[in-house]
Design a binder for this molecule. Structure first.
Ligand code: ZN
Length: 143
């Protein structure tokens, strides 16, 4: 399990808004489950962008939290375009590496955690807490 820290409102767009591409400065060889962490910094200018508005950005949503894990996804591909364009869609920023996130699962409630820039390895206790939240959410649905 790995984690990425993403500024709001972009983290929200991954969790709720169908943003399947995360723009990162570096590529990675890692593939697999990844925690989506909303970092403490907010990209204020992005909140008014048409993409974010279309993604249903809502500052009152619990997943608009900062400094917390809000979702889990599968990092299944990384596009590192050599030319000017690629087929990664509207969320992809030119000149960046496009990390493709699939099967996004939102957490029932955010889990407060300290992040780090780029890719980082979450503490085992944090992974356990995330797994427990999902297990409890599934149980609640059954009962
Ligand atoms: Zn791309």
């Amino acid at each position: 399990m790995q984690a990425i820290s993403v500024q709001q409102p972009w983290a929200f767009a991954i969790a709720r808004g169908g943003k399947t591409v995360s723009n990162q400065a570096l590529p990675t060889a890692y593939r697999g489950p990844i925690l989506v962490h909303a970092s403490m910094r907010v990209d204020l200018t992005a909140c008014d962008s048409p993409l974010i508005q279309a993604a249903g950005w809502d500052p009152r949503d619990p997943l608009a939290a900062i400094g917390a894990i809000i979702a889990v996804a599968d990092l299944d591909a990384v596009c590192s375009p050599t030319g000017a364009t690629c087929d990664c869609g509207p969320w992809a920023t030119p000149g960046m590496h496009h990390w493709h996130l699939a099967s996004v699962r939102t957490l029932p409630r955010p889990i407060v955690a300290l992040g780090r820039p780029g890719l980082w390895e979450p503490k085992p206790s944090l992974v356990t807490e995330v797994t427990a939240k999902f297990a409890r959410a599934t149980l609640n649905k059954v009962t």
